[in-house]
Design a protein around this ligand. Structure first.
Ligand code: HEC
Length: 111
């Protein structure tokens, strides 16, 4: 770690790289069941929350982000955020998580 410059963007990228294999493992475990997410909230909890409820990604709840914007970022990636293909989050689940986030209230402030 000490070899890397101590810059927030570098830390975010390193954190994202460390988090991703864990998420992919969790995803393949989920996919071995019925292969589908139950709801947009489920997608958020199982995938997005690992980074967006932690220190890695920015807050995306309660900002009324348009579903189309969310879909574009999830499919294409955005700087430190990796892209997720349809084999990982299918189009239906992606639409649901977009609608869920667009309507979600901001979470309570952390202590
Ligand atoms: C591996 C960690 C990681 C996961 C998993 C992840 N994201 Fe991100 N996401 C990031 C990071 C980091 C950024 C900020 C990128 C930057 O600014 O460099 C980001 C940015 C975003 C943005 C842009 C936010 C803004 O301020 O405009 C959206 C929207 C977004 N993510 C949606 C999602 C959704 C939806 C999911 C789940 C399907 C998801 N992300 C999963 C790490 C992640």
């Amino acid at each position: 770690m000490s070899l890397l410059p101590n810059h927030p963007a570098v830390r975010r990228t390193v954190n994202a790289c460390l988090a991703l294999p864990l998420i992919l493992l969790a995803g393949s475990a989920a996919a071995s069941g019925d292969g589908a997410f139950k709801s947009g909230e489920d997608v958020y909890a199982k995938v997005c929350g690992h980074c967006h409820e932690g220190q890695v990604g920015p807050q995306i709840k309660g900002r009324q982000l348009p579903p189309a914007y969310i879909s574009a970022i999830v499919r294409n990636g955005f700087r430190a955020m990796p892209a997720f293909p349809a084999s990982f989050i299918d189009d239906n689940a992606l639409q649901q998580v977009g609608e869920y986030l667009a309507k979600s209230p901001a979470p309570a402030a952390k202590p």
